[in-house]
Design a protein around this ligand. Structure first.
Ligand code: CA
Length: 152
């Protein structure tokens, strides 16, 4: 009996070791195309994770000087529990940015400039930031009329 318990203890120890397999962080593997749809900028992007873990992402809009968190619009895949299955493949997702509601910068909502050069930066929790090509809202077809926030 004593040996049996000893074997169980050894088995339990070796099992707990297998839990320490390192987790690979979620990767953003592409951003684009970036398009306009109604009052939203539609940001297509892909995520990849070796284990197929759900991702938590932060989506920021940067103008070269500062970055603010994009105000999420309708039809977006969200920023929490974003799926990355099938594992180890580029999984397509969509984030929609309500440009009328603008950005969160230092806990304040700030409006955007339709003529400014912006990039989208997506950062997965525990992973590396990925920056898009530069885009200009006006070039996507945005007008100043669209810069109204109906939800705040
Ligand atoms: Ca992972």
């Amino acid at each position: 009996m004593k040996y049996f318990l000893l074997i169980l203890a050894v088995l339990a120890l070796s099992c707990s070791e297998t839990i320490d397999v390192p987790d690979t962080p979620v990767e953003v593997t592409s951003i684009g195309p970036i398009e306009l749809s109604a009052a939203n900028v539609v940001v297509n992007y892909t995520l990849k994770d070796f284990e197929g873990d759900d991702a938590e992402i932060t989506v920021e809009i940067c103008d070269g000087a500062s970055c603010g968190v994009a105000f999420e619009g309708s039809g977006s895949d969200g920023t929490l529990r974003v799926p990355t299955v099938p594992r180890d493949t580029d999984v397509p997702h969509v984030f929609t940015w309500d440009i009328g509601c603008g950005l969160w910068l230092n806990d304040e909502r700030v409006g955007v400039d339709i003529a400014a050069e912006y990039t989208v930066v997506i950062t997965p929790l525990g992973g590396e930031p990925f920056e898009s090509e530069v885009f200009v809202l006006e070039d996507l077809g945005a007008t100043s009329v669209m810069l109204e926030c109906e939800r705040v």
